[in-house]
Design a protein around this ligand. Structure first.
Ligand SMILES: *[C@@H]1O[C@H](CO)[C@@H](O)[C@H](O)[C@H]1NC(C)=O
Ligand SMILES: *[C@@H]1O[C@H](CO)[C@@H](O)[C@H](O)[C@H]1NC(C)=O
Ligand SMILES: *[C@@H]1O[C@H](CO)[C@@H](O)[C@H](O)[C@H]1NC(C)=O
Ligand SMILES: *[C@@H]1O[C@H](CO)[C@@H](O)[C@H](O)[C@H]1NC(C)=O
Length: 399
């Protein structure tokens, strides 16, 4: 009897050990491995919203009747962006881009050129190949929810001297330079324009911009360039892959963008990236709760006294690539040690490291800035689980 009891005990202990081992190997510490596989693929259950921006609008089955609610959800420097809120809904039903001076009603080009606020949505899933850069007028939202909208194989978006733009749930990839020509730039003016750069989005002399839940890959030039005194911008919940020079903020060494202020939050910087995630000249950038899993040469670079506050991010260095997150361009230590670049509560994985400089008590200097409160870096894989455009919203169901 005793022997049977003892054997039973041994057996139970053995079985529990197998269960514990199995459980350990399945979550084998995803936080410190940089592994995101399966994060979103597994998802077919009820609606999930993990970060403070998503929680503001997702999971409402009535989202399609209340699209403008989104405009209340932006945080960080872009928080004043209301896009086309209060304006009419414009339904894009035509994916062509043939007439650059008098675009057809129903095309995206016709929509963004209108002078009044518009909330622009899409009748169906479509791929739009822009013949030339798409020049925006102020007070517009592009809202891809409910359709899969791809801007691909042609020119990109040009936000030039405009205010108040929201770009939401759009795929942009394989953007190429437009050769220029006669193009309408607003409802009352058209004229000859030179070639465009081949950026996915150029933000030129513009402010109050929010880009959220977009996916970017493989363009000719940058993915998002912020130049010529643009400011008050939030880039959140986006997914970046396959690019050499993703984000360039402050393009010129000689035309200072001192007042440029940008928030980068809840994005995933993934496969095939090399550098500039972002690169910043001048200005102030808060980089908060992003997931950096790939950078070949550096993640965050800068010059010209840029201020970079990095909080609650996860930086996972790749094997065989640079371990240093930071890069200071063309400056001796005596100069860059005055630039405020601070890492606070970031999670460093696989040897990744961030070289701090400047004022550790920077916060006192920037009271009143709309800074986002960082969540613990351990939560980053969850906070960024749905980064990118493929959020699969269906009318009548929670997203
Ligand atoms: C947002 O609007 C307020 C009130 O108009 C203004 O004070 C502020 O500078 C604007 N921009 C930012 C980034 O807070
Ligand atoms: C798109 O909608 C506009 C306005 O309702 C209409 O004039 C146009 O014919 C439509 N185009 C297509 C391709 O359905
Ligand atoms: C955008 O909308 C705001 C608020 O409705 C308005 O004050 C402003 O004049 C508009 N801007 C342009 C360029 O139409
Ligand atoms: C339209 O564009 C022209 C040329 O860029 C500019 O001078 C004019 O002020 C713009 N008009 C509006 C309403 O934005």
């Amino acid at each position: 009897m005793k022997v049977v009891k003892f054997n039973l005990l041994l057996f139970v202990a053995f079985v529990s050990w197998i269960f514990v081992m199995a459980a350990e190997s399945t979550h084998s510490n995803p936080i410190t491995k940089g592994n995101r596989r399966g994060l979103r693929k597994k998802h077919n259950g009820p609606c999930e919203a993990h970060n403070s921006i998503d929680k503001c609008w997702r999971c409402d089955p009535n989202w399609a009747h209340n699209r403008e609610k989104l405009a209340d959800c932006v945080q960080g420097f872009g928080h004043n962006a209301t896009g086309g809120k209060g304006g009419e809904v414009y339904v894009v039903n035509d994916s062509s881009d043939t007439d650059l001076v008098n675009p057809k009603v129903g095309t995206l080009r016709h929509a963004v050129l209108q002078p009044q606020p518009l909330w622009i949505i899409f009748r169906s899933t479509m791929t739009i190949r822009l013949c030339q850069e798409l020049i925006f007028s102020s007070n517009k939202t592009i809202d891809g929810r409910g359709s899969h909208v791809h801007i691909a194989g042609g020119a990109g978006f040009m936000l030039q001297f405009v205010k108040n733009i929201i770009i939401f749930d759009i795929h942009m990839y394989d953007i190429t330079p437009g050769e220029g020509g006669i193009i309408r730039s607003n409802s009352t003016h058209f004229g000859r324009r030179g070639a465009s750069d081949g950026d996915a989005i150029t933000i030129f002399g513009s402010s109050d911009i929010w880009v959220d839940h977009c996916s970017f890959a493989g363009t000719f030039d940058g993915l998002i360039d912020v130049v010529a005194r643009s400011t008050d911008i939030t880039i959140s919940n986006c997914h970046f892959v396959r690019h050499d020079k993703a984000l360039l903020f402050g393009a010129s060494d000689t035309h200072p963008d001192e007042n440029m202020r940008v928030t980068i939050a809840f994005n995933h910087f993934g496969k095939g990236l090399t550098q500039r995630l972002p690169a910043v000249r001048w200005g102030f950038v808060q980089v908060v709760n992003n997931d950096y899993t790939h950078w070949k040469s550096y993640a965050i670079g800068g010059a010209k006294g840029a201020t970079i506050i990095s909080q609650g991010n996860r930086y996972v260095a790749e094997d065989g690539a640079a371990k240093e997150v930071t890069y200071r361009k063309k400056a001796p230590k005596s100069e860059w040690e005055k630039w405020t670049w601070r890492s606070e509560g970031d999670l460093m994985v696989n040897g990744a490291f961030f070289v701090n400089s400047g004022n550790p008590n920077w916060a006192a200097q920037y009271k009143g800035y709309p800074l986002m409160k960082p969540e613990p870096a351990e939560r980053v894989p969850e906070l960024t689980k749905f980064a990118g455009a493929a959020i699969g919203c269906k009318v009548g169901l929670p997203c």
